[in-house]
Design a protein around this ligand. Structure first.
Ligand code: HEM
Length: 352
C-alpha cells in the first residue's frame, strides 16, 4: 500500500509522500485516507448514518475529520502548484503529473478547472490506482509462495529476456520499440538493485509474456474489484431477453466469473499462468471474459500503468529476496469494495 500510494501520488500530483522511506513513517494524509475509506464502507450497514452525519456524531464525525485532513493536504498541493504555474507558466510537458496537466488546459466550458474539480480528479486516481494495484500484488505473491516453479519460470524468463545484458534503459518513449542497445553490465547475476531496475525498460518488460500471464492469472482468480454494480440509465433488454428498467441495479461478479468452469475449463480453480500462453506468447482474452478491469467505454484507464508497476515490483522483489508464506497466513478475504486479504500477507522474506 505504501509503495502504490507513493507512486500514485507522484503520478497524480507530482508529490512523493515518502510513506515507504526506511522508518516507515506514519503519514497523517495516508492514515486519514484509509480511515475515511473504512468509514464510508460502514454506511452500507449503518442505517443511521445520515442522522449521525446531520448531528456530526460518532463514525460520521470521524469521517468528517478524516476528509478534512485529506482535503487540507490536497488543496495545499493545488494552491502551491497554482502559485508555481503563475510564476513560471510551466508547460504541461515539464511537469508530467496529472494535476499539472489538468491545470494547464481549460475545462469543457473553456474555463480553468476549479480547485474542487482538481481535488476530485486526484482523489479519483488515488482511489482507482492505489489499493487495486497493491492488492493484486498481494494475491500474486500469495500464489507465488504456493507455486515455487512459477517463480523459477519468471526468473528464467527475466534472464532470457535481459539475455547477456544487452539492454539499456530507453531514454524516451520513441525508443521503446527500437532495437535493444548495449549496456555496460555483463551479467544480471552480479548487478545491484539500481542496475537491475534500470534494465527493466518498457521494451524489456513487454517481452516478458510469462510474467504478464502470472499477473493476469492472479487477476482472474483475485480481481481487485470483485463485484461491480451499475444503474441502468434507460430501459434495456439483455441479449438473453432479460428486461431492465431505467434505474434498476445490475451487478456482475468478476470474482465468480474468473472461476466458472464453463468459461475457463475444468481447471478454472487452479493458478495456471500457462493458460494465457501460446508458443510462449501471451494471448489476450476479451475484457468481457476477464472482467477485472471492466469492459467497454468505461474500462480501467490505468491498466497498462498498473501492469508496468506490478511487473517492475515483482521482478525487483523476486530477484533479490525469497518469500515463504508464514504458517499463520490464512490468505482469507476481507470483503470490502476491493478484495483485501484479511490480516495482510504474512511472509518470511530472506535476502538472496
Ligand atoms: C490491478 C490494478 C487495477 C485494477 C484491477 C483496476 C480495475 C478497475 C476497474 C474494475 C474499473 C471500473 C470501475 C467502475 O467503473 O466501477 C477501473 C476504473 C478506472 N481505473 Fe483502474 N484498476 C487498476 C489500476 C488502476 C491504476 C494504477 C489507475 C491509475 C493510474 C487506474 C485508473 C482508473 C480510472 C481513472 C478508472 C475510471 C475510468 C472511467 O470511469 O472512465 N486504475 N479500474
Amino acid at each position: 500500500m505504501r509503495l502504490t500510494l507513493d507512486s500514485i501520488c507522484e503520478v497524480g500530483f507530482g508529490v512523493d509522500p515518502e510513506t515507504l522511506s526506511n522508518d516507515l513513517p506514519a503519514v497523517p494524509f495516508a492514515n486519514a485516507f484509509d480511515e475515511a475509506n473504512r468509514l464510508i464502507i460502514r454506511r452500507y450497514v449503518d442505517i443511521l448514518w445520515k442522522v449521525k452525519r446531520a448531528l456530526n456524531l460518532g463514525s460520521e464525525a470521524r469521517l468528517r475529520r478524516c476528509v478534512q485532513v485529506v482535503n487540507e493536504f490536497i488543496y495545499g498541493v493545488i494552491v502551491e502548484r497554482r502559485a508555481e504555474f503563475k510564476e513560471t507558466k510551466f508547460h504541461h510537458t515539464e511537469r508530467a503529473d496529472l494535476l499539472s496537466r489538468f491545470m494547464s488546459v481549460p475545462n469543457q466550458d473553456g474555463q480553468p478547472y476549479s480547485n474542487r474539480d482538481l481535488r476530485d480528479v486526484i482523489i479519483n486516481f488515488i482511489i482507482a490506482g492505489r489499493d487495486t494495484t497493491a492488492l493484486t500484488l498481494t494475491w500474486l505473491f500469495s500464489m507465488l509462495c504456493k507455486h515455487p516453479m512459477v517463480v523459477k519460470n519468471i526468473l528464467k524468463e527475466v534472464s532470457s529476456v535481459l539475455g547477456e545484458q544487452t539492454v539499456k534503459p530507453a531514454q524516451n518513449c520513441a525508443e521503446v520499440d527500437g532495437p535493444l542497445q548495449t549496456s555496460r553490465i555483463e551479467s544480471i547475476d552480479n548487478c545491484d538493485e539500481t542496475e537491475f531496475a534500470n534494465l527493466l525498460t518498457y521494451q524489456a518488460l513487454n517481452r516478458m509474456s510469462y510474467l504478464h500471464a502470472c499477473i493476469t492469472e492472479a487477476l482472474r482468480l483475485y480481481p481487485a474489484v470483485p463485484l461491480e454494480t451499475k444503474i441502468a440509465v434507460s430501459d434495456d433488454i439483455f441479449p438473453d431477453g432479460t428486461k431492465i428498467k431505467a434505474g434498476n441495479f445490475v451487478s456482475y461478479v468478476p470474482y465468480s466469473m474468473g472461476r466458472l468452469e464453463y468459461i475457463w475449463g475444468p481447471d478454472a480453480m487452479e493458478f495456471k499462468p500457462e493458460r494465457w500462453l501460446k508458443d510462449g506468447h501471451f494471448q489476450p482474452q476479451s475484457p468481457f471474459k476477464l472482467t477485472a478491469f471492466q469492459a467497454g467505454p468505461r474500462m480501467c484507464l490505468g491498466k497498462d500503468s498498473a501492469y508496468l508497476q506490478m511487473k517492475i515490483t515483482t521482478l525487483l522483489l523476486l530477484k533479490f529476496f525469497s518469500f515463504k508464506l508464514a504458517d499463520d497466513c490464512p490468505s482469507k478475504y476481507s470483503m470490502m469494495v476491493v478484495l483485501y486479504m484479511a490480516g495482510g500477507l504474512k511472509t518470511l522474506v530472506t535476502p538472496l
